[in-house]
Design a protein around this ligand. Sequence first.
Ligand SMILES: C[S@@+](CC[C@H](N)C(=O)[O-])C[C@H]1O[C@@H](n2cnc3c(N)ncnc32)[C@H](O)[C@@H]1O
Length: 361
Amino acid sequence: MTTTTSHATTAAVDRGEPAAGADTRAAIAPLLFGFFPAQVLHVGATLGLADLVAGGPMTSAQLAEATGTDEPSLYRVLRALACFGILDEPRAGTFAAGPHAPGLMADHPASLQHLVRLFAGPEVWRSWGELDVSVRTGEPSWDRVTGAPSFEYMRTHPELQAVFNRAMAEGTRNATPGIVEVGGFHRFSWVIDVGGGDGTLLAAVLAAHPQLRGTLLDTEDGLAGAEATLAGAGVADRATAVAGDFFASVPDGPDAYLIKSVIHDWDDERAAAILRTVRAAMPADGVLLVVEPVMPPAPAPTTDVLMMVMSDLNMLVCTGGKERTEAEFRTLLADAGFDLVSVAPVTGPTNYSVLEAVPAR
Ligand SMILES: C[S@@+](CC[C@H](N)C(=O)[O-])C[C@H]1O[C@@H](n2cnc3c(N)ncnc32)[C@H](O)[C@@H]1O
């Protein structure tokens, strides 16, 4: 068999065809089958399996009864979750929390449960299923498969909006220490987080800087969890939540405008419109801190870059936005009346950078 393969490979090379690397099959197969585990995680998250076993081991029959599912089929999912380390199978057919169970627990500080429910959920899933349509048309397939642009759609689907809000908080929580560290917030007296969601980042910034007061701007729906988040961090007395539309206006008065994971949701025209609204509100000596991944111009395939490249495609299919290089941010900011003055990678396990900009001189 080996001899045949090697002859076939030699013949292919002789014909001028590129040789397959020894590990080509091993490299491609996990990518191809990568969507299987995502759906296993999704079933685990939506059924709340990690929370169910948190109180002690349960048999597959007990878990099937608790979740209203078909026991033999559920057993096959439980076995897969045990392979991922989310569950543990101490005895055949009995399942307990595995080392990664916290990742699927609803309220655990390490939870990614809502990220799983969002990104492997039906809307994002079906949008990715039409990546080819987005590539042909340049339009987000989300709009076609759900019938409305993502933020508009979520407004009329409160359950998905709630999952989205919690997913954003889960995604941001990990990055807050690094953003607080490199953001230079000691320089400011009043910071506004534009499109700040439930206030996870603003709460961390205010908690670390007692001299600061903060404003959180988002839509009415985006702010749903804000009161609890700000109170939970003990900063509610220094924070105000304001419902608004960042395409129309943002409050004036703060000396620092923070905007995280918002610009990448939008195409250049819409992103520049948001930045212009911020520019119009800002004092001449104000500072803008844009927190986003910054795509390297010719990316080497590291894990960080792979996450950015995938996130970029997710923007293509879900929102019509994109991840940007430093040069693209510089141009976008200039279009909106800003000079980009520095780019500081956020410390810790995240691929964000803080891009600092000031009103153009
Ligand atoms: C990707 S999330 C980022 C949330 C938060 N900054 C974070 O990093 O976790 C984008 C945010 O923009 C908000 N948003 C979308 N359209 C908006 C609008 N027109 N005006 C204000 N906020 C808006 C959403 O509600 C959402 O909270």
